[in-house]
Design a protein around this ligand. Structure first.
Ligand code: FES
Length: 68
C-alpha cells in the first residue's frame, strides 16, 4: 500500500511496523506536525485504542501505517 509506513520504507526511513498495518501494534507510532495532522482524516477507534498503548503519545500522534 501507499501508506506512510510503505513510503518510509521506500525512502529507507527506519519506521517500524511490526504488524504490517493491521492495527495490532504501536511500533509505527509517528508524531505529526500539527499542520500535517490537521489535514488527515480522524483516526478510527481501532487506531485510537492502539495509540493509547503507544510510548510517548502526543496530541498529534498517529499510527504511521494508517496515514495515507
Ligand atoms: Fe502495526 Fe501500524 S504496523 S499498527
Amino acid at each position: 500500500g501507499d501508506d506512510l509506513l510503505a513510503v518510509a520504507h521506500e525512502y529507507d526511513i527506519d519506521l517500524e511496523g511490526a504488524c504490517e498495518g493491521s492495527i495490532a501494534c504501536s511500533t509505527c507510532h509517528v508524531i505529526m506536525e500539527p499542520d500535517m495532522y490537521d489535514k488527515l482524516e480522524e483516526p478510527g477507534d481501532d487506531e485510537n485504542d492502539m495509540l493509547d498503548l503507544a510510548f510517548g503519545l502526543t496530541d498529534t500522534s498517529r499510527l504511521g501505517c494508517q496515514v495515507k
